[in-house]
Design a protein around this ligand. Structure first.
Ligand code: F6P
Length: 320
């Protein structure tokens, strides 16, 4: 039986991580478990930066952005010596299970700890929405709303100057933030892994818009794909549109989680704790599929690929 549970956050912080932390701690205490937090992600775990917490720790954190227990990126964790040291820290504290809130990288770390004899549970928390074992990750909705807020503002100035504005959004290798933002904003174009740049078609469309004296054009582009400044120069040259670029960057990760992310965090965390109250718990991840909370063995989940909705791409093609 699991008696002591620790929670950490890892990878890029995401709005709603604190709400998930709160829900894990409260649900764990409700079931009579001793609850711990690990500061600074897997790095803090290796260093033994672990404390026991009570309900007071969770006060007024449900609406806070970022992660109050901080996060870190630790590529060295893939080295078995490092992950075994982390597992030993948990054993020294007599902690039986670890919940990790993060993305794919976090799940890989949890899988290594599972191999070292620790029961682990993964909760998907990243703005990228790129985790295969869930339709949605905690933080995606808030980041999307932040992007929309920025694009709304950029539209005002873009329209005032009859400009074409290229807006780069995050997502690592996943186009969900770009595609959903394009759909929500009625953007004139989207460029992402799932929707690659077709220069000729884009220039044709922008030339036509220019000829029709349209007020402006908004193109949303995923990070890591192309040099948006170079593309802006080409667009200006080929279409006559005065063109500007904006990189939204890490402001997409900040801010108070929206209600959707807080509730998703509560539902996923409750299942995570439920799994740890079972008689013989095993290492799993939780997720949401078709609005149902689901769970999978962690070794299976780390091999799952995020499936992009065909319908979404068709919708974008139709509406652009
Ligand atoms: O995974 C979240 C994310 O914001 C990605 O969208 C982005 O590529 C990456 O993190 C940036 O990470 P960092 O802040 O560590 O440079």
């Amino acid at each position: 039986m699991i008696r002591k549970i620790a929670v950490l956050t890892s990878g890029g912080d995401a709005p709603g991580m604190n709400a998930a932390l709160r829900a894990c701690i409260r649900a764990g205490l409700y079931y009579g478990k001793d609850m711990y937090v690990v500061y600074d992600g897997f790095r803090g775990l290796v260093e033994g930066n672990i404390i026991q917490v009570n309900k007071d720790f969770t006060q007024d954190i449900i609406n806070r952005g970022g992660t109050i227990i901080r996060s870190a990126r630790l590529p060295e964790f893939a080295n078995p010596d490092v992950s075994e040291k982390a597992a030993q820290q948990l054993k020294d504290f007599e902690i039986d299970a670890l919940i990790g809130i993060g993305g794919d990288g976090t799940y890989k770390g949890l899988e290594l700890l599972d191999k070292a004899g620790i029961v682990t549970i993964g909760i998907p928390g990243t703005i990228d929405n790129d985790v295969g074992s869930t339709d949605e990750t905690i933080g995606f909705s808030t980041a999307l709303n932040t992007i929309c807020d920025c694009v709304d503002k950029l539209k005002d100035t873009s329209g005032s100057h009859q400009r074409c504005t290229l807006i780069e959004v995050m997502g690592r290798d996943c186009g969900d933030l770009a595609m959903f933002a394009a759909l929500a904003e009625g953007a004139e174009g989207v460029i992402c892994v799932e929707h690659p740049l077709k220069e000729d078609a884009l220039f044709r469309k922008l030339r036509k818009m220019k000829a029709q004296n349209k007020s402006h054009a908004i193109i949303i582009i995923s990070e890591n794909l192309l040099d948006i400044k170079e593309l802006a120069k080409k667009i200006a040259l080929e279409t006559g549109f005065d063109t500007r670029t904006e990189v939204l960057g890490r402001l997409q990760r900040g801010g108070s989680p929206d209600a959707h992310d807080r509730i998703l965090a509560a539902r996923l965390s409750a299942r995570a704790i439920d799994l740890l109250t079972e008689k013989d718990p095993t290492s799993r991840v939780v997720g949401i599929k078709n609005n149902m909370i689901v769970d999978y063995p962690i070794a299976e989940a780390t091999k799952m690929k995020h499936v992009h909705t065909r319908g979404l791409r068709a919708l974008i093609d139709m509406l652009q």
